[in-house]
Design a protein around this ligand. Structure first.
Ligand SMILES: [Zn+2]
Length: 301
């Protein structure tokens, strides 16, 4: 059964991507659709099942894996809390199993993306891997000896909330000074708005203003880089990885930010933490999540 095709499902706050994934990991044609505003778990499971049925005309699926934007219990069957969907305590694996008639495993969406990069993307061959994804927020995934690090409660690798400047800016989690409050896309834009009185610019535009000598933009970008470099260096010091993968929408669309962070990390790492680590850009883009979810599905066959 390990050679069969599985279904990879990547549920984001606004979009869902569903794709058939054969064993070698090259995903078949994916279906992408918007999450209806205010959708409940049952409604979303129904829509996923419709798309799976249309994809399934060409494929026979043996299992499904789903990345979900929230906190997944360590049984990987229960969604404890998904803030962006406003769902709490949902037995979502059971729900999907009843609609899809397939065994289902759940994982946090960012952990799934990290696993995708590990198995099929920029992290291939690295049994010890750190993934840092910078989008609206900052998410991460850590692979240790080939396995995702989930922690005692499934909350490991929530790296955007690692402390960067104690008592600093208020993060979306309510605490002051998380790395995300300086380097998440939302906060890069918000902070520039506060300093310069110009709202609504995206990180790429702010990077360009910094290049043109705008002092507020330079300050925002320098602090974002410092937060990301601090994160990466501290994670590498803790986990001694072979590769650090940097990705996510903000990083993918701002090559200069990637280069600045890579340079900073290599400046501040020393000794063995530095000599054997490669810092690379993510390769899979929007397919990372479905591929990682599919790898987990294969694991339950
Ligand atoms: Zn936080």
């Amino acid at each position: 059964v390990k050679s069969s095709t599985v279904l990879g499902i990547d549920i984001g706050a606004t979009k869902v991507r569903v794709a058939p994934v054969p064993p070698k990991g090259e995903p078949g044609k994916a279906a992408t659709f918007a999450v209806p505003a205010g959708a409940g778990p049952g409604q979303l499971a129904d829509i996923i099942a419709e798309h799976a049925a249309s994809l399934g005309k060409k494929h026979q699926f043996d299992a499904a894996g789903a990345g979900v934007p929230g906190h997944i219990a360590n049984d990987r069957r229960t969604l404890l809390y998904a803030p962006n969907l406003n769902w709490r305590d949902v037995p979502f694996a059971e729900l999907l199993e009843s609609k899809l008639s397939l065994p289902v495993v759940l994982e946090n969406d960012v952990n799934a993306a990290a696993l995708g990069e590990h198995r099929f993307g920029a992290g291939r061959g690295a049994g010890h891997l750190i993934c840092i994804f910078v989008g609206t927020g900052i998410g991460g995934g850590i692979i240790c000896a080939g396995e995702l690090v989930r922690g005692a409660t499934g909350n490991a690798a929530e790296i955007g909330h690692m402390l960067f400047r104690p008592g600093g800016r208020v993060c979306n989690c309510g605490r002051r000074g998380c790395a995300e409050a300086y380097a998440g896309g939302f906060h890069i834009s918000a902070r520039y708005g506060e300093l310069a009185g110009r709202e609504g610019l995206n990180p790429g535009q702010i990077l360009e203003l910094a290049r043109g000598g705008d002092e507020n933009a330079s300050r925002v970008i320098e602090d974002a880089c410092q937060a990301l470099v601090t994160l990466a260096v501290n994670l590498q010091t803790a986990f001694d990885a072979q590769k650090i993968v940097l990705g996510g929408g903000v990083m993918d669309n701002a090559k200069e930010l990637f280069e600045k962070v890579r340079e900073g990390v290599s400046t501040w790492l020393t000794g063995n933490w530095k000599s054997q680590v490669q810092i690379v850009a993510s390769e899979l883009g929007p397919d990372a999540g479905v591929l990682g979810a599919a790898a987990l599905a294969r694991g339950i066959l």
